[in-house]
Design a protein around this ligand. Structure first.
Ligand code: ATP
Ligand code: MG
Length: 353
C-alpha cells in the first residue's frame, strides 16, 4: 500500500509558531524522510469560508500568505503537492455523500467543534457549513487516500470522526476508503502551543500569535510581553514552570546548542527550570533567552519567505499546478466512491438491467 500524507491549514491569517511546532515542522521532516509516496498539502479556503462567509477577501488574501509560509518552512513543491481546496470540487461531492453517514448529535459531541462554536459565539446560530466541516475534513483526507495526517492535537477528534466515516462507508458500500492515522508531534509541548497571552491555544482567530514572518524586533517585543507565572512577582519568589508559556515555548524550541551559545552557565533546560522553581531567577532573563532561541529558529524561515515574496508568479504557478494534480487524484477516489455506491449510472448498464 502507498504511504500518503494529507494535511493543511485554513487561510485565515499568516501561519504562526504554533503551526510550526504543531504540524509544519513534522511535515517537512516527513517530506524529507523519503518514506512517503505522495504528499498533499492543502490550503483549506472552503473550510475557512465556513466561518468567514462574509469576508471572502480575508480568505483570498491569506492564500498566498499561507503558501509563502509553507515554502518558507521548507515544503518543497518538487516533493509535496501544494493545492487550494476549492480548486478540487470533487471534495464537495464526497462531503455530500458522507453527510448521510453522520448524525447531528455525533457532530455536536465533537469536542473541537464544541470549543470552536463557543470561541466564535456561534451558540445561538451555527452556520450549517461550519457545523459540517468535520465531515468535509473527512472528505479531504479520504479523497487523497491519506495513510498519515500530521496535525496538532486539536485535530484528534476530527481524525476520530473521519475514521468512523471510513468504517461506516466501508461497511455499508464495501471496502473502498483508506483508514488514516494521525501523526502528532512527539514533544508534548508542541501538541498545543499556548498563546503569548497564556490562553490554551495560539490561534489566528485569537490574535495571540508570534507569526513566522515576524520581524526580529516584533518577536522580541512579543516575547518580552509574554504572560508568565502571575505569582512570580519578585525575582526571589519561587516560580511555576508547569503551564507557564515561556517555559512551554522553551520546551518546544530550545536545543542544547542554544544553551551552549546563550546561557552556558546552565547545563540545559532542566537546570533552568529547577532554578525558576526554587526562586532567584527573573522572568526577564528567561524571556531574553527565549527571544534569542526564537530569533535563531525563525531567521532562516523569514529569509526564505523573503526569497519567495520576490517570486509571487512562481508561487501562483506552484499552486495552480498542485491543484491540477490534486484534482486528478481526488477524482479517481470519487469514481471509486460512486462505483461502490452504485451511482455511477453512466459508467455501466446497471440502470437498464
Ligand atoms: P483558526 O483560528 O483559523 O482555526 P488556527 O490557528 O487554529 O486557525 P488552523 O489552520 O485551524 O490554525 O490549524 C492548522 C494546523 O495547525 C492544524 O494541524 C492544527 O492542529 C495546528 N495548530 C494550530 N494551532 C496550533 C497550536 N497552537 N499548537 C499546535 N498546533 C497548532
Ligand atoms: Mg483551527
Amino acid at each position: 500500500m502507498k504511504e500518503i500524507i494529507l494535511t493543511g491549514d485554513r487561510p485565515t491569517g499568516r501561519l504562526h509558531v504554533g503551526h510550526y511546532v504543531g504540524s509544519l515542522k513534522e511535515r517537512v521532516k516527513l517530506q524529507n524522510s523519503g518514506r512517503y509516496d505522495e504528499i498533499y498539502i492543502m490550503i483549506a479556503d472552503a473550510q475557512a469560508l465556513t466561518d468567514n462567509a462574509e469576508h471572502p477577501e480575508k480568505v483570498r488574501q491569506n492564500i498566498m500568505q499561507v503558501a509563502l509560509d509553507y515554502l518558507a518552512c521548507g515544503l518543497d513543491p518538487e516533493k509535496s503537492t501544494l493545492f487550494i481546496q476549492s480548486a478540487v470540487p470533487e471534495l464537495t461531492e464526497l462531503t455530500f455523500y458522507y453527510m448521510n453517514l453522520v448524525t447531528v448529535s455525533r457532530v455536536q459531541r465533537n469536542p473541537t467543534v464544541k470549543a470552536e462554536i463557543q470561541m466564535r459565539n456561534f451558540e445561538a446560530s451555527i452556520p450549517v457549513g461550519f457545523f459540517c466541516y468535520p465531515i468535509s475534513q473527512a472528505a479531504d483526507i479520504t479523497a487523497f487516500r491519506a495513510t498519515a495526517v500530521p496535525v496538532g492535537e486539536d485535530q484528534l477528534p476530527m481524525l476520530e470522526q473521519c475514521k468512523e466515516i471510513v468504517h461506516k462507508f466501508n461497511s455499508v458500500y464495501g471496502e473502498t476508503l483508506t483508514d488514516p492515522k494521525i501523526v502528532l508531534p512527539e514533544n508534548a509541548s508542541c501538541l498545543r502551543l499556548p498563546g503569548i497571552d497564556g490562553k490554551a491555544k495560539m490561534s489566528k482567530s485569537l490574535g495571540n500569535c508570534i507569526y513566522l514572518s515576524e520581524e526580529p524586533e516584533e518577536i522580541r517585543a512579543k516575547v518580552m510581553s509574554m504572560f508568565t507565572d502571575p505569582n512570580h512577582l519578585r525575582v526571589s519568589d519561587p516560580g511555576k514552570v508547569e503551564g507557564n508559556p515561556v517555559f512551554i515555548y522553551l520546551e518546544a524550541f530550545s536545543r542544547p546548542e542554544h544553551f551552549a551559545e546563550f546561557l552556558p552557565e546552565y547545563s540545559g533546560l532542566e537546570e533552568l527550570e529547577d532554578h525558576y522553581r526554587r526562586g532567584g531567577l527573573g522572568d526577564v532573563k528567561v524571556k531574553k533567552f527565549l527571544n534569542q532561541v526564537l530569533q535563531v529558529e525563525l531567521e532562516p524561515i523569514r529569509e526564505r519567505r523573503k526569497y519567495w515574496e520576490q517570486r509571487l508568479p512562481e508561487v501562483y504557478e506552484i499552486l495552480r499546478e498542485g491543484s491540477r494534480t490534486a484534482r486528478e487524484k481526488a477524482s479517481q477516489t470519487l469514481q471509486d466512491v460512486r462505483h461502490a455506491m452504485r451511482i455511477d449510472y453512466f459508467e455501466n448498464d446497471n440502470l437498464l438491467k
